[in-house]
Design a protein around this ligand. Structure first.
Ligand code: A3P
Length: 302
């Protein structure tokens, strides 16, 4: 079994590298390659899922693949054509931009990149789905993920990570900037803006909205299967949705499961009163003019 020590040694090869107002992970992203994403030619059938880390990317990946397969869950276990084991490839990962150019349609891709790196041709072709999640739960989920992911530095403790997240000193940079910029540009692309909390609240309606946005026509039975196989409990049992095929030098599987809690409000089990006050202060200042509100606790679901 890999020790915490070996994780520490592993992550030393993966530093956060500032790049044009963002931070890339050395060894994982190539700055020149990332810059070329902006110039990619886009087809009408291309779909980009954009998220800040830990906002439900894997969930949207699962839903999109199930919509493609018309609810046939065996499509998920057949996904092994990407060496790093992603259900849908990350456009910013080394080598993936080149592969995108010649890939057959429909080209489904995910990204954590900020708006300025997105292909400019998305202004008139292709579709974008932005998944947003309340940032307190993002912070907690990201804290746990840092323990799992060897390409990210293991936090000293929760407070250390809390401070780094608020400063945007993590991969993805500032949660506030990420969501504000994409939301400000939502009419400049064909974009569906959806929240993790909406998906928790009513997965059936969320799947129907996504299917409608993508122009997917499924029977009621097929849609019911998409919903069934994208619930947290079902996804938790699927190895691919837990990145179980990803080698131990990238993910320390003994540190926990990727599909961890899948709920709204776990931050209440982690934040101190003082941390919560500090977070609210930053949030209220940063999000003052933001038109949408967030659901902070699963018990607030009406
Ligand atoms: P938690 O760590 O809070 O459990 P990403 O794919 O962007 O890294 O996001 C991962 C987060 O989404 C994890 O959050 C994971 O459990 C949650 N998630 C993934 N699929 C989900 C589902 N079907 N229902 C609820 N949460 C889900």
């Amino acid at each position: 079994m890999e020790s915490d020590n070996s994780k520490t040694q592993n992550h030393q090869n993966h530093e956060l590298v500032p790049h044009k107002g963002f931070k890339l992970i050395s060894g994982t992203h190539d700055p020149d390659d990332v810059d070329q994403i902006y110039n990619l030619e886009i087809r009408d059938s291309d779909v980009f899922v954009v998220t800040y880390p830990k906002s439900g990317t894997i969930w949207m990946q699962q839903i999109l693949l199930l919509l493609e397969s018309k609810g046939d869950v065996s499509a998920i276990s057949q996904v092994n054509n990407y060496s790093n084991g992603d259900l849908i490839p990350w456009i910013e990962l080394n080598g993936n931009r080149q592969a995108f150019i010649t890939a057959p349609s429909p080209r489904l891709r995910v990204t954590h990149l900020q708006y300025q790196f997105m292909p400019s041709a998305l202004s008139h072709k292709g579709k974008v789905i932005y998944v947003a999640r309340n940032p307190k739960d993002v912070l907690v989920s990201y804290f746990h993920f840092h323990k799992l992911a060897n390409m990210l530095e293991t936090p000293k403790d929760f407070n250390d990570f809390f401070e780094k997240f608020l400063k945007g000193d993590v991969f993805g940079c500032s949660w506030f900037d990420h969501i504000k910029t994409f939301h400000a540009h939502k009419d400049d692309m064909n974009m569906l803006f959806i929240t993790y909390e909406e998906m928790v609240q009513d997965l059936q309606s969320a799947v129907e909205r996504i299917a409608l946005f993508l122009g997917k026509e499924l029977t009621d039975e097929q849609l019911a299967n998409v919903v069934k196989y994208s619930t947290f409990n079902n996804m938790r049992k699927i190895p691919q949705a837990n990145y179980e095929q990803v080698p131990g030098d990238l993910l320390s599987h003994q540190q926990g499961k990727f599909m961890r809690k899948g709920t709204i409000g776990d931050w209440k089990n982690h934040f101190t009163v003082a941390q919560n006050e500090k977070f609210d202060e930053v949030f209220n200042k940063e999000m003052e003019d933001f038109p949408l509100s967030f659901l902070w606790d699963v018990s607030d679901i009406v």
